[in-house]
Write a protein that binds this ligand. Structure first.
Ligand code: NOJ
Length: 580
């Protein structure tokens, strides 16, 4: 979806190579998350245990064996707290409970215990920027101007409706003679301000109207949110994925964001979020939050939703050694940058840059907000071959890898074809330019049977993709060459092979427009060769002398090759070798 793909630029050539510092050191004391494969679960869509057509916690529990078999180290569960589901859980009405449609607290405890038995860590989604408008905090805050929580959200009187130079978005949002205080737009379209007659004031919402932004300048807000975080840390969760953290703070003067050329899917001017995104105060919150999670035993981890246009800005989210912030801010540049394409040069540049951060990199190519990577990087004919190359890049780099349910089997994006079928509200307001995010959220495809084994109900919350007849877990486990078994093989390899686990990345043959090559260093280096082109390519000269051993090859013909001399890489292939 367009709005989440707003990152574009490319960092200049930073030559820091911090990564090299821990190049060959045996990383035996590394925290569990440092080489992890994290698997994102969208709970509505993963497994439905009670036949209501919506996934639930017991449905996740029922499929843990598959995740263990795949080699998953941690699951990140998208919000499963009570919510009116305006944004399918990202509008939380109670931070310390489970939404009844997903189960009970006892179900959660059982899930956590069952995951731990399988060495799978549990990471929750924490939405700190906003609550639901049904949250008791907001209900109280909205009730009057002088209640104890009156300042917990971002309230403003607005400005006279006849003020000169109002933006079109402001002009469309006039109430009782007042216009919103500035031109800020919601990420989901329209003005970011909503009028509340009881207060005769506007409140600010970066996302849907039902998601009022908390006022992080009020210390009570931080106290309350950290309290909710403690609640889950006390329950034993291994960490959090922090939603929308870059927009926690807004300019105190509420200055207009400058306009950029062009319009968004809703037809409104694009803005440069100078005064509503990435204000420096957010880093203070991150530092205090890190201190909080570090005060708990057991290597709890903070993962950030950090869409940044370049690596230098991404690096800021790690903080410093003395004042650390997030262990794992997401690098979304490789997967979702504006110019992201299935191209050796793109992948080389972004992978090289991904190493230029102070901490451990985390790469993401799929999530619940963007069309699936198999479609974005596919050409409609060689989608699975290309997906194998992308998976190889993700899983043989030095970064923590984050995958999304369905990606390892090659689930495709199933965007609704009629506006009346759309469930994601932004797909309704943005239709047909932005059809929303339903396409990447369809039910998990476990089998070729009824409802893909997701649910016993024929009425699932989103339709099951008919391609479950061939794209499904059960069948793919049985096919040695499947995308699923390819993932499983690479995940095992990166866990067991010391060079793939810890070794620095040395990029080779850097001008090659077709083949991306890198070596993972170690006493026994490993060579990764990825052919992004549609034709066979010669293996670059002098990469590895003597006899080689194939650790993984996406094409059968490569498995028996004994040396790299004269070898060639079939179209869209991935080959991982070491010396014999
Ligand atoms: C980012 C989440 O990934 C997205 O799904 C959600 O709509 C927004 N944040 C608002 O919480």
């Amino acid at each position: 979806m367009g709005i989440f793909r707003r990152i574009a630029g490319v960092a200049g050539s930073l030559c820091l190579f911090w990564a090299a510092l821990d190049a060959t050191a045996a990383d035996t004391k590394a925290p569990w998350w440092k080489h992890a494969l994290v698997y994102e679960i969208y709970p509505r869509s993963f497994g439905d245990s009670n036949g209501d057509g919506v996934g639930d916690l017991n449905g996740i529990n029922a499929h843990l064996d598959d995740l263990e078999k795949l080699g998953v180290d941690a699951i990140w569960i998208a919000p499963m707290y009570p919510s009116p589901q305006a944004d399918f859980g990202y509008d939380i009405s109670d931070y310390q409970a489970i939404d009844p449609q997903y189960g009970t607290m006892a179900d959660f405890d059982r899930l956590q215990q069952a995951a731990k038995q399988r060495h799978i860590h549990v990471i929750l989604d924490m939405v700190m920027n906003h609550t639901s408008d049904h949250h008791a905090w907001f209900v109280e805050s909205a009730s009057s101007r002088n209640n104890p929580k009156s300042d917990w959200y971002v309230w403003n009187d607005g400005i006279p409706a006849d003020t000169a130079h109002l933006s079109a978005v402001q002009r469309r949002n006039i109430h009782d003679g007042k216009a919103p205080p500035n031109n800020w737009e919601s990420m989901f379209g329209g003005s970011a301000w909503q009028w509340v007659p009881a207060r005769q004031q506007f409140y600010y919402h970066r996302f849907y109207i039902q998601q009022p932004d908390l006022n992080w300048r009020n210390p009570d807000v931080e106290k309350a949110m950290f309290g909710a975080i403690r609640f889950w840390l006390d329950r034993g969760v291994d960490g959090f994925r922090l939603d929308a953290i870059s927009v926690l703070f807004e300019d105190t003067e509420l200055r207009n964001d400058p306009e950029r050329p062009g319009t968004n899917a809703q037809g409104e001017p694009n803005l440069n979020y100078l005064y509503s995104d990435k204000l420096p105060e957010v880093h203070g919150v991150m530092r205090r939050l890190r201190a909080l999670v570090d005060s708990y035993p057991g290597q709890r981890v903070l993962i950030g939703e950090t869409y940044e246009p370049n690596i230098k800005l991404l690096d800021e989210w790690y903080g410093t050694k003395e004042a650390p912030q997030l262990q794992l801010p997401m690098n979304l540049q490789l997967g979702f940058g504006w110019q992201a394409s299935f191209d050796a040069t793109w992948f080389r540049k972004r992978l090289q840059e991904s190493q230029q951060v102070h901490g451990q990199p985390l790469l993401v190519v799929d999530n619940h907000d963007n069309p699936r990577s198999i479609d974005r990087f596919g050409d409609g004919t060689h989608d699975v071959e290309r997906a194998k190359v992308v998976a190889a890049a993700l899983l043989t780099s030095r970064a923590v890898a984050l995958t999304y349910y369905g990606a390892p089997i090659g689930m495709t994006t199933a965007t609704p074809t009629r506006v009346e079928d759309v469930r994601d509200p932004v797909g309704v307001t943005g239709w047909p330019k932005d059809k929303g995010r339903d396409g990447e959220r369809t039910p998990m495809q476990w089998t070729s049977g009824a409802q893909a084994g997701f649910s016993t109900s024929p009425k699932t919350w989103l339709p099951v993709n008919p391609n479950h007849a061939t794209v499904n877990v059960e069948d793919e486990w049985k096919q040695p060459e499947s995308l699923l078994n390819w993932h499983r093989q690479l995940i095992a390899l990166r866990r067991d092979n010391p060079a793939l686990r810890d070794g620095a990345m040395t990029f080779l043959d850097n001008d090659n427009p077709n083949v991306l090559v890198y070596r993972r260093e170690g006493t026994r280096p490993v060579l990764v060769m990825l052919n992004f082109s549609g034709s066979a390519q010669p293996v670059p000269k002098r990469l590895m002398q003597g006899k080689i051993r194939t650790l993984a090859a996406s094409e059968d013909s490569l498995r028996e090759v004994a040396t790299l001399d004269e070898a060639s890489l079939p179209a869209y292939s991935a080959w991982v070798v070491t010396s014999d």
